[in-house]
Ligand binder design. Structure first.
Ligand code: G3P
Length: 216
């Protein structure tokens, strides 16, 4: 099976606004159906230009439309033709009750949730909600050079077993930089990776994306 690659643009200066558009222009030339691009809310309008690409939000709130200042609702995302989002990223944590409501709501609306978790206890707690994906990312490795697949192989294997039991796809992230990191993650039972700095902060993001998934 082809690895699923979720690229989190975060709020890096070269990956918001004009930068987001430029990166999507480049990635469009090598786009695949198993690539997902997680954009800042203010850049989600780009979906209308890059309609053939899987564009996800980086976060969302549990409310619908109404008097909710600053909200990102699932309803508004769907109206923007955005059908998936990260939730509870380590840099944007969400209350437990909101996670439960949002995941339940996502199933009714056919919306894809990538539920981020920080440790094996959270994998156990949240896999039973059966979101589309669980993304295991140890916070201390995020943005660093040590890959989660080298630092936490036992936890990935355990998380993969739990996720398989609940029919949830497992992603892993933090410090993923190379094809070897990706292959190791897959061997341990992940269906793909969630990656940010390894691609976005690389001097040549498109080459980096290619080097991850295509044989050189
Ligand atoms: O969402 C992806 C992320 O938190 C991992 O970041 O920079 O270690 O790939 P990075």
């Amino acid at each position: 099976m082809e690895p699923e690659i979720f690229i989190n643009f975060k709020h890096y200066e070269n990956a918001v606004g004009k930068g987001a558009e430029q990166l999507l222009n480049e990635f469009q030339t090598v786009n695949k159906k198993n690539y997902y691009y997680c954009l800042s809310y203010m850049d989600l309008y780009l979906k209308s230009k890059f309609n053939d690409m899987n564009i996800f939000s980086q976060s969302l709130d549990s409310n619908g439309y109404g008097a909710f200042t600053g909200s990102i609702s699932m309803d508004s995302l769907i109206d923007f033709h955005i059908h998936g989002s990260l939730l509870n990223h380590s840099e944007k944590r969400v209350k437990g009750e909101d996670i439960i409501n949002t995941v339940n709501n996502s199933k009714k609306k056919g919306f894809t949730i990538v539920l981020c978790v920080e440790n094996i206890e959270e994998v156990k707690d949240y896999a039973k909600l059966a979101p589309s994906y669980i993304a295991y990312e140890p916070p201390n490795l995020i943005g660093g050079n040590v890959s989660v697949s080298s630092a936490k192989p036992d936890i990935i294997e355990e998380a993969a077993k739990i996720c398989e039991h609940y029919d949830v796809n497992l992603l892993v992230g933090a410090g993923v930089k190379t094809r070897l990191d990706l292959e190791k993650s897959m061997e341990l039972g992940a269906s793909g990776v969630l990656i940010a700095s390894g691609i976005i902060r690389d001097p040549k993001p498109i080459n980096k994306l290619n080097s991850l998934t295509n044989l050189q």
